[in-house]
Design a protein around this ligand. Structure first.
Ligand SMILES: NS(=O)(=O)c1ccc(C(=O)O)c(S(=O)(=O)NCCc2ccccc2)c1
Ligand SMILES: [Zn+2]
Length: 230
């Protein structure tokens, strides 16, 4: 999604408040599309509030999208530029809806924080995830993941873009308030290569490397992207 060129500064936008409980972390698994870390969302223990949001939203999972090479991989662009990967932290409006499945179908149901990954320095926090990837190489493999604080993957800089959009995976419902951080996090080449060692395929099937698992850019149409910064 092309950010920046068509964004308008909105002085009313508040800072996003993130409070995650690292012990709500459950497991990390390969779902044949990406790898994701899932959280216990049965209570308001890992939540975000503020920013463009009316309610607080519960963290359900985070996952990544990446390319086969460093030239592309992200699902949003800035100045027509792709990043090699993009992190999505998926939250749902448990104040307004009883289940995640119902929230997925509603305009204010989901809030996804997007963080760009840029090639650069080694990322200590990400390495904990990278070390677990060989154990979930194949589709539908899962390992326990007891404690992890996803805040370590979110840049300090408070600046973000936000727009009303959709899931980038089926059912593609227009239920997502996208909150894309302006500042990327830096990861090194080995860490990106570790993502590319994952497989789309199950054990025993002909191996297909898990790369280019991003939705192609979609036209902005008449949507307004607001920025929290000037
Ligand atoms: N790129 S994105 O943030 O739009 C996104 C990508 C993948 C998934 C996912 O299902 O893993 C999700 S999800 O966890 O929100 N699931 C959406 C599909 C779904 C709907 C209803 C029940 C289960 C899954 C979101
Ligand atoms: Zn995603």
């Amino acid at each position: 999604h092309p950010l920046w060129q068509n964004s308008v500064y909105d002085p009313v936008l508040k800072p996003l408040k993130i409070s995650y409980d690292p012990t709500t972390c459950l497991h990390i698994w390969n779902n044949g599309y990406s790898f994701l870390v899932e959280f216990d969302d049965s209570a308001d223990r890992s939540i975000i509030v503020g920013g463009p949001l009316e309610n607080q939203y519960r963290l359900k999972q985070f996952h990544f999208h990446w390319g086969a090479i460093n030239e592309w991989g992200s699902e949003h662009t800035v100045d027509c530029k792709f990043y090699p990967a993009e992190l999505h932290l998926v939250h749902w409006n448990a104040v307004a809806y009883p289940t995640f499945e119902e929230a997925v179908m509603e305009g204010d149901g989901l809030a996804v924080i997007g963080v760009f990954l840029k090639l650069g320095a080694h990322h200590e926090g990400l390495q904990t995830l990278v070390d677990a990837l060989p154990a979930i190489k194949h589709k539908d493999t899962v390992i326990e993941f007891d404690v992890f604080d996803p805040s370590c993957l979110i840049p300090q800089c408070p600046d973000y873009w936000t727009y009303a959009g959709s899931l980038t995976t089926p059912p593609l419902t227009e239920s997502v308030t996208w909150i894309i951080k302006k500042q990327p996090i830096e990861v090194d080449e080995n860490q990106l290569e570790a993502f590319r060692m994952l497989l789309f395929t199950s054990d025993g099937e002909e191996e297909k490397r898990m790369v280019d698992n991003f939705r192609p850019l979609q036209p902005l149409m008449n949507r307004t992207v607001r920025s929290s910064f000037q």
